[in-house]
Design a protein around this ligand. Structure first.
Ligand code: ATP
Ligand code: MG
Length: 422
C-alpha cells in the first residue's frame, strides 16, 4: 500500500479546534490596528529572489541559509517570502504609495524559512506586522511600541517585557564596527566557527549569537551606544521619554541588534520567558535606508512583526476560558416531514438572527444519536422538530448544558428566545 502523504516538516495544519484562537487573535489585532489608522496590504507569497537579497542583506541567516528559493518554469529565481517588510516596500514603490505621503499599513500571512523546526520555530509560520512610511521622528517609533502593548491588553496577555536599543546611523555603525572587530579579533580564540566567519562579513551579528559559550565574550564587547552622535542620542532619548510618559516599562538591551541588516536607530523586541529559547513574540525597528536601497525615493520607515504561533502558544492556556465560538443551537430532526421542514426553519432563524451559530443535523439517525452529536458539537440548546412538534406547530428547546425543563415555542417565540441568548 502506498505511504500516506504527510505535511512538510516544520509546516503545520491549523485544525478546526485551534482556529478559534487564531480568529480571536486576528480579530483583536485588527481592531487595534484600525484604531490607530493602519490599513491592510496583501502582497504575494512569492517574490523575486533579488528583493530579499537586496533588502535583508546577503550575509544574514535568512539569505544565507533559510530561504526557499527555486527557479520557476521560465528560469526566474523566485523565493517564498521569509518576511513581509521587503514585499511592503516593493509594493509601495511599485504603486507610488510613498510619494510625499504618509502610509500606515499592516499585513498578515504565512512566511517561510528553512530553519531547524522546534517549538516556536517552524518552516511555515505566520506573522502580523505593521509599517509606517514617511515619518522620521521618535513619535512614530513610540506608536510602533504602543500598538503591540495594546494588543497584549486586548488579548489578555501579561508578563511581556519590552527591550529597546538603538543602532545609530550606518555611519555610526561603521565606526563602531571597527571597535568591535578590534575587540573580537583580540578574542578570536573564544569565537565559535560561525562568529569567526561573521567577523569577516557581518561582525555586529555576532552580538546576536545564541550560542551560550559566546556569552562572556559578547558581554565584554564595546557598546554601540557609546559611539553614537548627538542626533541619534537625541532620537533615542526622546523615545525613552515617550515610553516613560506613556507608562511603558522597558529595559535597554545594548546587545539587541536584530537579525536583519536594514535596521537603523530604534530597535525593539517584546519577549516572554514562558516560551523557552524562542521568547521573542514581536520584533521591530526603524529602517530608514531600505526604500531608497530598493530604488524608491529616500523615505524613513519603521515597523514591527509578530510571530503568531508564539502568541498562540501563550494564548493556549486560555482556550477553555475563552469559550470561543461554540454553537448556540443544534437542530434535531425526527421523521421525513421534519427532515423536509428543518432546513426551512433553520434558514428562517439565520435570516432573523444575525450572529446566530446554528448547526442543522444532516444524515438522519436515531433520536439518541442525534442528541449525542448535538452534545458533542458544544451547542447550548437542542432545537427538536419531530412529529409531535409539527402537529402542534412548535419547536421543543432542550438545554444541553443545564438541567432546565424542556420548553415548547412557536416559531416567533423561538426567535425571541434565541435572540435573548445571543
Ligand atoms: P530569531 O532570532 O528568533 O530567529 P528573527 O530575528 O529571525 O528571530 P524576525 O525576522 O524579526 O525574527 O521575525 C519577527 C518575529 O517572527 C520573531 O520575533 C518571531 O516571533 C517570529 N518568527 C521568526 N522566525 C520564526 C520561525 N521560524 N517560526 C516561528 N516564528 C518565527
Ligand atoms: Mg531567525
Amino acid at each position: 500500500m502506498a505511504k500516506n502523504i504527510q505535511a512538510i516538516r516544520g509546516m503545520h495544519d491549523i485544525l478546526p479546534d485551534q482556529s478559534p484562537l487564531w480568529q480571536f487573535l486576528e480579530d483583536r489585532v485588527r481592531e487595534v490596528l484600525d484604531g490607530y489608522g493602519y490599513r491592510e496590504i496583501r502582497t504575494p507569497v512569492l517574490e523575486q529572489t533579488d528583493l530579499f537579497k537586496r533588502s535583508i542583506g546577503e550575509v544574514t541567516d535568512i539569505v544565507e541559509k533559510e530561504m526557499y528559493t527555486f527557479s520557476d518554469r521560465n528560469g526566474d529565481s523566485l523565493t517564498l517570502r521569509p518576511e513581509c517588510t521587503a514585499g511592503c516596500v516593493r509594493a509601495g514603490i511599485e504603486h507610488g504609495l510613498f510619494h510625499n505621503q504618509i502610509q500606515r499599513i499592516w499585513y498578515r500571512g504565512a512566511m517561510f524559512r528553512h530553519e531547524r523546526p522546534q517549538k516556536g520555530r517552524y518552516r511555515q509560520f505566520h506573522q502580523i506586522g505593521a509599517e509606517a512610511f514617511g515619518l522620521a521622528g521618535p513619535d512614530i517609533d513610540l506608536e510602533m511600541i504602543l500598538i503591540p502593548r495594546r494588543f497584549w491588553a486586548a488579548l489578555g496577555l501579561t508578563g511581556l517585557e519590552l527591550q529597546v536599543n538603538t543602532l545609530g546611523t550606518s555611519q555610526e555603525r561603521a565606526i563602531y564596527r571597527h571597535e568591535l572587530v578590534a575587540y573580537l579579533s583580540q578574542h578570536e580564540g573564544e569565537l565559535d566557527d560561525e562568529s569567526r566567519h561573521r567577523l569577516q562579513t557581518n561582525p555586529l551579528r555576532i552580538l546576536d549569537s545564541k550560542n551560550p559559550e559566546m556569552k562572556a565574550v559578547i558581554e565584554g564587547a564595546p557598546v554601540l551606544l557609546d559611539s553614537l552622535g548627538g542626533e541619534s542620542r537625541a532620537h533615542f532619548e526622546a523615545l525613552r521619554e515617550g515610553l516613560d510618559a506613556a507608562g511603558v516599562s522597558y529595559v535597554v538591551n545594548p546587545r539587541l541588534v536584530r537579525g536583519l541588516d536594514y535596521y537603523a536607530r530604534t530597535v525593539f523586541e517584546w519577549v516572554t520567558n514562558r516560551l523557552g529559547a524562542q521568547g521573542t513574540v514581536c520584533a521591530g525597528g526603524r529602517y530608514d535606508g531600505l526604500v531608497e536601497q530598493l530604488g524608491g525615493r529616500p523615505t524613513p520607515a519603521v515597523g514591527f512583526a509578530m510571530g503568531v504561533e508564539r502568541l498562540i502558544s501563550l494564548l493556549e492556556e486560555r482556550l477553555s476560558e475563552l469559550q470561543l465560538a461554540s454553537p448556540h443551537a443544534y437542530i434535531v430532526l425526527m421523521g421525513d416531514e421534519a427532515q423536509a421542514k428543518g432546513p426551512v426553519l433553520a434558514e428562517r432563524l439565520r435570516d432573523e438572527l444575525p450572529g446566530l451559530r446554528l448547526i442543522s443535523h444532516c444524515g438522519g439517525g436515531s433520536f439518541k444519536s442525534q442528541f449525542k452529536k448535538a452534545d458533542r458539537s458544544g451547542a447550548h440548546y437542542a432545537l427538536v422538530l419531530g412529529d409531535d412538534e409539527l402537529a402542534k406547530g412548535v419547536v421543543s428547546v432542550k438545554s444541553l448544558r443545564t438541567a432546565d425543563e424542556q420548553q415548547e415555542y412557536d416559531q416567533q417565540a423561538l426567535i425571541g428566545f434565541l435572540r435573548s441568548r445571543l
